[in-house]
Design a protein. Structure first.
Ligand code: TXA
Ligand code: MG
Length: 341
């Protein structure tokens, strides 16, 4: 399915209205959110949601996140709202937090892949919110990349991946956060972090007390272990190059790269390290600044491919705050290949 005529729409009221019309008619549209671009369809239209899986080559057992524009849309999607979910929704929505709850009858199984839970998020990006409002329905949307490649954080990334595959792409600004939302499973007690994002563990625990961090956040899945989130099974965020994460102090990282790099390698480093690296290097953010690293990471991974790098030496960040999200994406891009220096 790559023969659609993909409209490029302006990120203004006229463009968003056209996008909403396409969604109402059962089409699929890429749109900006504060995290990454999403590829959306009417969440209540099973056939429309199926088109998303086809367009992305997404595995049929990897469920979609349902996006809403107001908390008042939540009750029709879920069986009940756990107290802690209510607290988190009030505190962090609109924003980069997805909450998984027991699904209502109304959510089709094409969205949830037959699971009895549904993931819901209320974004803060004005375009995403306006699109949902004008469409008049919740919008099911995974990230707007081809499955397996890094999530799109610019309209150009969507154009590269989805031309001929989506009905339209809203040509919006680059995404603020740069990594996907934090995902919390609220049907467990304590709730379980399935994917770290820019709403941090520290912030969540301050609001609702202790949570559990799923092992798969920082470790490869061991065979036979039950998977809480189907998406965790798939190698994500992956550029074509072999990515190796390098853990250690700046000076040791720089020494390692300068010793081991050749013409086909690329260093994915922090800003202060760039000039000290003798081979090809891209800075993906500031040291000790998880937010800036998150913002630059996926563009840097895509650039690594455009530059034809065979091997990427990525300097691994600290795992606290937003750094946990960056570390998680890097480890998955590397298929958990890491070295300590
Ligand atoms: O920031 C984001 O969350 C972006 C923007 C577009 O909102 N969306 C996004 O969607 O990252 P996606 O599909 O790329 O990632 C959603 C993840 C997948 O790993 C999926 O398996 C998991 O959420 N998921 C969805 N529904 C679930 C459920 N009911 N139970 C467990 N995991 C679920
Ligand atoms: Mg994705």
């Amino acid at each position: 399915m790559n023969n659609l005529k993909t409209q490029i729409l302006t990120d203004d009221e006229i463009g968003i209205k056209s996008a909403a019309q396409i969604i109402k008619q059962g089409g699929i549209v890429a749109f900006p959110t504060e995290t990454v671009y999403g590829l959306g369809a009417n969440a209540f239209d099973s056939d429309a949601c199926l088109k998303i899986y086809k367009a992305k080559n997404r595995a049929a057992d990897n469920p979609l996140i349902v996006h809403i524009s107001q908390i008042s849309q939540l009750p029709e999607l879920v069986k009940d709202i756990p107290k802690k979910a209510q607290i988190l929704a009030e505190k962090f929505w609109g924003g980069p937090l997805t909450l998984i709850m027991k699904k209502s009858e109304k959510v089709p199984s094409t969205v949830t892949c037959g699971m009895d839970t549904v993931a819901v998020r209320l974004p803060r990006h004005p375009t995403a919110k306006r699109l949902i409002e004008l469409a008049g329905v919740p919008i099911a949307a995974p990230s707007a990349n081809l499955s397996g490649s890094p999530s799109p954080v610019t309209a150009q990334h969507c154009i590269n991946d989805l031309t001929g595959r989506a009905d339209a792409i809203i040509n919006g600004d680059d995404c603020d956060c740069g990594v996907e939302s934090t995902i919390l499973l609220m049907t467990a007690e304590p709730p379980v972090l399935l994917r770290p994002g820019l709403v941090t563990v520290e912030e969540i625990e301050e609001a609702i007390g202790e949570i559990r961090i799923d092992k798969a956040v920082l470790n490869p899945l061991s065979d036979g272990r039950a998977v809480l989130s189907p998406g965790l099974k798939y190698k994500h965020y992956s550029p074509k190059a072999r990515v190796i994460t390098v853990e250690g102090e700046s000076v040791d990282y720089i020494n390692y790269v300068n010793k081991n790099a050749d013409n086909d390698t690329l260093a994915l480093c922090f800003e202060n390290e760039r000039d000290k690296i003798k081979s090809k290097a891209i800075a993906y953010g500031k040291e000790n600044d998880g937010k800036s690293q998150a913002h630059g990471l996926f563009s840097a991974l895509r650039l690594a491919d455009e530059m034809g790098a065979q091997t990427v030496f990525a300097h691994c960040p600290d795992s606290h705050g937003a750094g946990l999200a960056v570390m998680n994406r890097l480890l998955r891009a590397a298929g958990f290949e890491k070295i300590k220096v």
